[in-house]
Design a binder for this molecule. Structure first.
Ligand code: SF4
Length: 253
């Protein structure tokens, strides 16, 4: 119990972060990406958030046990705090709860440890772009080591498949960044047969958006998301959903 975590906060009850479950959502501080559409950009610096002991987290989780059946670890990027993350995941399982890891997939070695210990029930993997260096450079806001990052995301996807964990692949659709049918079609081609569901999430400009120019742009319309979802289904992807601020989650056939 001596481990510390750096957290940006905890949402005690959510019904929209893991559909079909009532979950508590734990936000890990620090991220290694700089996605221009990031709406949690206050959590990007490693020194953001506050240090919390596992004991404190346990008390917080236990206080909701009569209501929740699951925990979601999100961020920031949880994989950047491997020791604390693994201990926190053990704590969740000790409480008899299901655990979903929401990740950018850039640290497969830690994902493998979690999978090996059977600590996670579902992985929500950001597939922010087709799995090429050129596409990722535009979307994750980095110039260096992008080749390694793309390889690591592919490896995370492969590991999740190998261990048979449920996989929710997700792409945020943001204007000028990730909003063309060709872009979505190429992602669909990369993940076809490798995920249980695919979510196209509407960019939300109401948060602490990293790029000031994107902050000033309107989110893509529901109609646009439906069109992009069709590009994914035409590529042969099944269980494609769109997620919008007004309508929530909708399956697109
Ligand atoms: S949107 Fe990008 S920068 Fe923001 S937390 Fe997620 S991976 Fe990190």
């Amino acid at each position: 119990m001596g481990f510390k975590l750096r957290l940006g906060g905890v949402t005690d009850i959510s019904t929209v972060d893991w559909y079909g479950n009532v979950s508590s959502v734990v936000f890990f501080a620090g991220c290694n990406f700089r996605c221009p559409y990031c709406q949690n950009s206050g959590l990007i610096p490693a020194e953001s958030g506050q240090e919390v002991s596992l004991e404190q987290l346990k008390e917080r989780i236990k206080s909701g046990l009569s209501i929740i059946d699951a925990i979601v670890f999100t961020g920031g990027e949880p994989l950047l705090q491997p020791e604390g993350l693994i201990e926190a995941a053990k704590l969740v399982k000790d409480c008899g709860l299901k655990l979903m890891l929401d990740t950018n997939g850039s640290v497969p070695t830690v994902v493998e440890q979690l999978l090996d210990l059977r600590l996670i029930d579902r992985v929500a993997l950001d597939v922010k772009a087709p799995l090429t260096v050129e596409d990722h450079v535009k979307v994750i806001g980095l110039q260096n080591q992008v080749e390694d990052i793309v390889e690591n995301i592919g490896r995370t996807l492969e590991l999740c498949n190998r261990y048979g964990v449920e996989i929710e692949a997700r792409t945020t659709v943001a204007p000028t960044v990730s909003d063309t049918p060709d872009f979505i079609r190429r992602i669909a081609s990369d993940i076809k047969g490798k995920c249980n569901v695919y979510y196209l999430q509407q960019f939300d400009n109401t948060g602490n958006v990293l790029s000031p120019s994107l902050k000033s742009m309107a989110p893509p319309s529901r109609e646009k998301l439906i069109k992009l979802a069709h590009a994914a289904t035409e590529e042969g992807l099944r269980n494609v959903y769109i997620k919008t601020r007004n309508m929530g989650l909708e399956k697109i056939e």
